[in-house]
Design a binder for this molecule. Structure first.
Ligand code: NAP
Length: 202
């Protein structure tokens, strides 16, 4: 079996927390590689205020290019409508065949919302979920596993990731207030944000 990590997220913007999480999961679960997939139209979010998908995709490319185990897919950029994870995993299954086993990596707080995800029972049968927890944020992953019974206990896993207090929300806030974002995300992403005037007050 080829074990492949799928790093799903809005990445608005991507930061070292995401990168360290992906690397920690790759290491822990012995994944062959990790594919970052920026959600073009995150199903559960208001689209107003969201940075255009091509900028989020470009920043993800810049952030991941130095790691040979990382790649970025535009699979959700090329689909219309909400970026449902079930559609993405099904497309990847067709691409990689039956020998691939998928590990969808996302934040533990996003995992809390799993019961509301599109065709979730079917999705849980198709891939594992790795719920990354961060310091000061310990959502009850066990309760979610129990909610889905046997399937949840088999397919949902929690991984405590390096203790970084970074969030995309905080980075956007810092940029609006003209605070430094150095050492929170890769230099190339910082330069891209500046060049494209993203997240700044009008
Ligand atoms: P979100 O609600 O913005 O994120 C919730 C929390 O998880 C935030 O604290 C976020 O931190 C963190 N997080 C998000 N992605 C992460 C990752 N890959 N690794 C570590 N932490 C992460 O979640 P989102 O980014 O929009 O969505 C996460 C993924 O779930 C996306 O691929 C989305 O398409 C998918 N999703 C699918 C459905 C569905 O199929 N119905 C519904 C909801 C979400 P930051 O803000 O710092 O990133």
């Amino acid at each position: 079996m080829e074990k492949i990590g799928i790093m799903g997220g809005t990445f608005d913007p991507i930061h070292y927390g995401h990168l360290m999480t992906a690397e920690a999961v790759r290491d822990e679960y012995q994944l062959e590689h990790v594919i970052f997939i920026p959600a073009a139209t995150p199903p559960h979010k208001k689209q107003s205020g969201l940075t255009p998908a091509f900028h989020r995709y470009n920043m993800t490319l810049l952030a991941t290019c130095s790691n040979p185990y990382f790649s970025v897919s535009d699979i959700e950029m090329n689909r219309r409508g909400p970026s449902y994870t079930i559609d993405t995993i099904k497309q990847l299954k067709e691409l990689y065949g039956t020998q691939a086993e998928f590990y969808f990596i996302t934040g533990a707080d996003a995992v809390q919302g799993l019961p509301t995800w599109h065709r979730i029972e079917e999705l849980l049968k198709l891939c594992h979920f790795i719920a990354a927890t961060r310091q000061g944020c310990l959502p009850d992953v066990d309760a979610i596993k129990d909610y889905f019974g046997e399937l949840g206990r088999k397919k949902i896993h929690r991984l405590a990731t390096p203790e970084l207090q970074i969030s995309s929300t905080d980075i956007r806030r810092r940029l609006k207030m003209n605070y430094s974002i150095k050492y929170i995300l890769p230099d190339a992403v910082e330069q891209y944000i500046k060049k494209e005037h993203l997240y700044q007050s009008p």
